[in-house]
Design a protein around this ligand. Sequence first.
Ligand code: C2E
Ligand code: CA
Ligand code: CA
Ligand code: CA
Length: 278
Amino acid sequence: AKNQGRNSYRFFTKALQDALEARAALLGDLRNALPDNQFALCYQPIVDLLSGDVHKAEALLRWQHPRRGLISPAEFIPLAEETGLIREIGDWVFESAAKQVQTWRSNIHPEFQISVNKSPVQFQSLEHAPEDWFAYLNRLGLSGQSIVVEITEGLLLDANLVVHNHLMAFRDAGMQVAIDDFGTGYSALSYLKKFDIDYLKIDQSFVRNLSEDSNDFVLCEAIIVMAHKLGLKVIAEGVETAQQRDLLTSIGCDYGQGYLFAKPLPAELFDQQFGKSS
Ligand code: C2E
Ligand code: CA
Ligand code: CA
Ligand code: CA
């Protein structure tokens, strides 16, 4: 038994060591990803449920790793956040999305909007300030309205002065703000009053099992009624079936996003499917 204990101890140390080494290697690779041009953005349409129009898209980050192939943001974003690399990466995401929205404003719709995900870590420093983003939009001749910033509830719950100023600066520049994954956080709804928010994105966990007699249906309906009374638009995430789309439309949901309409697509494919010429 003594021997066995020692073996499993060795096993765990080895496993832990391997995990730490893998993490260190990934981190090293992540530092090179931006300079080596390994990032790309995919765009997923956000569909107006009443008209079917596609005048919005969410930018989603992809990392093409030289040896491992495509790595999911769920794996590398947390690492980028811990190390602060997310700030530079986030600026790159923003600038790429801005260039793209400039194109789509001219060849899809003049009010086209692209939303970008902004991690709480990107709100923690005075560098990478919102002013730099506006200056960039200005240089491209774009209004603030061309970009929507997606944040999570957690950011607003423990919002300090820096976060507050960031959000105020967005407002002043006309940029819109969406609450991502709505309903999965602590949902202290008071922040909806305190901050000027434009969109709620209902998390896909509420949409997944949607049927007429489900609790999720009641919750979605309540969220939509509340949001509309507060003057916000609602986007449902993870719409995969026509039934989900129809139920969401029947309770007044404004927009849908999900595999039913399209997976996140490289810009060229998005253009082919949703551009004017299509
Ligand atoms: P998110 O912001 O909630 O993005 C939605 C995720 O749901 C995306 O995963 C998207 O591909 C996926 N999705 C879309 N439609 C469907 C559907 O019908 N069914 C299902 N099952 N999934 C669907 P993805 O692209 O893997 O991104 C995962 C998360 O990584 C994002 O969740 C976001 O939190 C983060 N992320 C992605 N890009 C960025 C970025 O540029 N910056 C930051 N800070 N985070 C990012
Ligand atoms: Ca998002
Ligand atoms: Ca989400
Ligand atoms: Ca508003």
